[in-house]
Every structure is written in C-alpha cells, then in structure tokens.
Design a protein around this ligand. Structure first.
Ligand code: BTN
Length: 274
C-alpha cells in the first residue's frame, strides 16, 4: 500500500520563498533562502555557500535531491513530490565534541516542529532519528570542515518525509519508513512545517549557544525512545550491550553494563534490543 495516495491527499503545492518568509518568526535563521527545484544535495550547496561567506542562518531548500546524503554515508532518498529537504548554515564557536549536543538539539527542534505543524508527537531514536511508532519520518545530518580544532561553520541538513510514497523506496526500506501524510491522514502544510522547523531550531540553537545543556537534555529525554532501553552497540571489533541511563553533556549516551559499569557512547551504531 502506498504511504501516500494522491486520491486521499491533495498534491503538495510547490514551495515559494515569498510564502515562506511571510509569518516566519525567526531573528537569524531563514533570513536568506535559496530554493531549488532539484540539486544534488542541499547540504553540499549550503557547505559551498558557507565557504563563500554566506551568513549564519542562510537556508537552502530543494524540491528534490539527486544525491541526498544520509548518516553513515547512506543515501537519503529525495524524490520530488512534496517532501522537505533543507539545510541551514550555522557558525557556532564550538569544538567538534560539542556538536553531539547540537545534533540532539536539532532533532528535538524538528520533532517539536512536527508536533506543532502536524499535531503528531514523534519520538527520537538516539541520536536524532525522528520516528513515529517504529518508523523513521525524518533525519538530520550535521556536516562541516574543522580548522585548528574548531568548526569554521556547520551545516545542519534536515530531511522530512511529508508525502513520500512506498513506491519511492527500495523494498528493504519500506517497513522502516513512514511519512507525515500517511500518519496523519491529512494534508500537511509544508510552508508552516518549514517555518516551524526554523523557529524551533533557532530556539534550540540559542539554548545551545547559551550553554543551557540541562534544558536541552531534559526536553530531549522527554521525547527519547532510547532512554531506559537495552541497547546493543556496534563497535569496530564486536558488540557491547547495556541499558541507557542518560545522556552526556556532549550528547552521547550513558550506558550501564551488566556489571554496573557506566560508560559514555558517542559515535557507534546503536540498536534497540528491547
Ligand atoms: C539520516 O541519515 O538520518 C540523515 C538524513 C539527512 C537528509 C537531509 S535532506 C536535506 C539535507 N541534504 C542532504 O543531502 N542530506 C540532508
């Protein structure tokens, strides 16, 4: 069954910059928009713009991507037809270790934006897979070059499956992916959703810059589906299992192993066991 059936949902209206600007309540994100019908990747475009000096908050949107990038070098399937592919340039004066927290803050912002614009509260699988039930509806990818131990700039790329159809996906991904129109059974206003993403992202970014780590982690924990779960962590030379007892101030997982030892986990692949 397609996730999105055109007979049940009206076709998505194309995005346009004027409508996106109207009513956008942000002070620095989305003040400058670049909107494309199709490009290889909004992250790649935003990184190039940032390199040429584009200001913080510059936002790149596309109706389709031909080389959408996901985490772990995976492809982010990005057909035309009313999904959201956007990337925002940030210039935090921060060390790479702090970006783990920024990545959680970004996931939290997108989950809250979906709640606000669509009326569904998604949950977060660490670090920032945004899921409804057990299916992924959105993902984030932070990228940026590091000079002298710091990011000169960062791009936060966000993909949201709004109208994605099962037919767009290879067979093996179908069971694990969903879309907002499928879940809500209603049309989704992509302009409002984009604005909500930028507004929520600005608020969480502000909290990050002001060092409000506890505030971010408390809000994140409330939406986390990983907290309290037993997890299996894929490491270079095997697996480790433990129970997630919290998050570290740099956005890592704190796990407790069977012998009671607690250790932070940062970049490994985490699989929920139960
Ligand atoms: C993930 O694997 O969960 C992260 C997916 C991030 C996809 C978005 S779509 C907009 C931006 N441009 C890209 O090429 N990737 C990100």
């Amino acid at each position: 069954m397609p996730l999105y059936s055109p007979s049940r949902h009206p076709a998505a209206l194309p995005l346009n910059i004027e409508t996106l600007r109207k009513g956008l309540k942000t002070e620095r994100l989305g003040l400058s928009f670049h909107l494309f019908d199709q490009i290889p990747s909004t992250n790649a475009a935003a990184l190039a713009l940032a390199d040429q000096g584009a200001p913080e908050g510059t936002t790149v949107l596309a109706e389709a991507q031909t080389q959408g990038r996901g985490r772990w070098g995976r492809e982010w399937i990005s057909p035309a037809g009313g999904n959201l592919y956007l990337s925002v340039i940030l210039r935090p004066q921060t060390t790479p270790s702090r970006t783990g927290l920024l990545s959680l803050a970004g996931g939290l912002a997108v989950a809250r934006a979906i709640e606000e614009a669509v009326g569904i509260t998604p949950r977060l699988k660490w670090p920032n897979d945004i899921r409804i039930g057990s299916k992924k509806v959105s993902g984030l990818l932070l990228e940026g070059p590091i000079y002298h131990g710091r990011y000169s700039h960062l791009v936060i790329g966000i993909g949201v499956n709004v109208h994605l159809s099962n037919a767009d996906l290879p067979e093996e991904l179908r069971a694990g992916v969903t879309s907002l129109v499928h879940e809500s059974g209603r049309p989704v206003d992509r302009v409002r959703l984009t604005q909500a993403v930028l507004e929520r992202l600005e608020a969480e970014y502000e909290a990050f810059l002001k060092g409000r780590t506890d505030q971010i982690l408390i809000s994140y924990s409330a939406l986390s589906e990983t907290l309290g779960r037993s997890v299996r962590i894929q490491e270079k030379d095997g697996f480790r299992t433990g129970k997630v007892v919290g998050f570290t101030e740099n956005g890592g997982l704190m796990i407790e192993e069977a012998d009671g030892r607690r250790s932070p986990i940062h970049s490994e692949e985490v699989i929920h066991v139960r």
